[in-house]
Design a protein around this ligand. Structure first.
Ligand code: GLV
Length: 309
């Protein structure tokens, strides 16, 4: 039986050496050297042009290099011969959690205000907020949301979380459904979005949802830009409902020049850097799945297109 061929559609200079080192006998082809398109069984990708997918007659597997698979789900829904697998790496999960916590803590401990004071040689202590008096509400309790919850718990914050299906976590009040969301929001002095982007979650951070938060709360987004109604978010900042926001993802990336978020000192911005998969860590699991594909065994880390993640 021939070994499957994996087409590398993203950052070949990073991925090829790691994959070739892990399985020298396998066929890994950068897209620039695609050769006979009929040879390709699987594609390693981030965002992909549907025309490329349709030009690969024997393609069976979309392999996502990121945690979020929203770019691929619609492709697989309309092409039932395709499965989607994603790489899973605890280091990536931890990286997203560190950014969510860092983004929250810089606001919580007034670091931007003290940076401003330093510029003016000002010594002006601000009131210290207490973690025990502060509730973090996490949207999404998948692998990443749970890691974020644990990190905040370890610092002594009260933590609650909302997810599509109920997830029990020790010490975390968990909610589900629209009623659950509305029960959680008024407690969440910090709201962290760690949801997958699906038809159900697109635009979830709406004027109505933001309006349910306590006054002067803080919003963190390490999910997807399209979770947020950006006009509503700016309005919530302007009305004081939100004291600030920390955003790693945006509806349009890069964020457009002149966007109100660039100009608003209450908004901290990072350029979609919460995590970056390290090829050498995940090459063995990709190869394992390619071998499973060859022998017809069930694949690991499959995405459920019907759920959207
Ligand atoms: C990054 O946004 C990812 O989905 O991995």
């Amino acid at each position: 039986m021939t070994l499957p061929t994996l087409l590398i559609n993203t950052e070949p200079a990073r991925w090829l050496p790691a994959l070739r080192a892990a399985a020298p006998e396998m066929q890994f082809r950068p897209q620039a050297e695609i050769g006979d398109a009929a040879d390709v069984d699987a594609i390693l990708t981030w965002k992909v042009d549907p025309a490329l997918i349709d030009a690969l007659p024997n393609l069976r597997l979309l392999y996502a290099v990121g945690a979020g698979v929203d770019y691929l789900v619609d492709l697989a829904r309309t092409r039932p011969q395709l499965q989607i697998a994603r790489v899973v790496d605890d280091a990536v999960t931890g990286d997203v959690a560190t950014l969510a916590v860092a983004g929250t803590l810089q606001w919580f401990r007034d670091l931007p205000a003290y940076a401003g004071q330093k510029q003016n040689e000002l010594w002006h202590p601000l009131p210290v907020r207490s973690t025990a008096d502060t509730t973090i509400g996490i949207l999404g309790l998948g692998r990443i949301g749970r890691a974020i919850a644990r990190a905040f718990q370890a610092l002594g914050f009260r933590v609650c979380g909302w997810s599509r299906s109920i997830h029990r976590m020790e010490g975390v009040s968990t909610y589900t459904g629209s009623e659950g969301l509305h029960a959680m929001l008024p407690q969440a002095q910090v709201l962290v979005c760690a949801l997958p982007l699906t038809a159900e979650t697109e635009g979830i951070i709406s004027a109505q949802v933001l309006g349910c938060l306590p006054p002067k709360s803080f919003f963190v987004n390490v999910g997807r830009g399209l979770h947020v109604d950006e006009v509503a978010l700016q309005a919530a900042l302007d009305s004081g409902r939100l004291a600030g926001a920390f955003l790693d993802v945006f509806a349009e990336e890069p964020l457009a020049p002149g966007h109100s978020f660039w100009l608003d000192a209450r908004v901290q911005i990072t350029p979609h850097v919460a995590s970056r998969t390290r090829p050498s860590r995940v090459a063995p699991q990709i190869i394992d799945n390619l071998l499973r594909l060859r022998t017809g065994q069930p694949l690991l880390n499959l995405v459920r297109p019907e759920a959207g993640y």
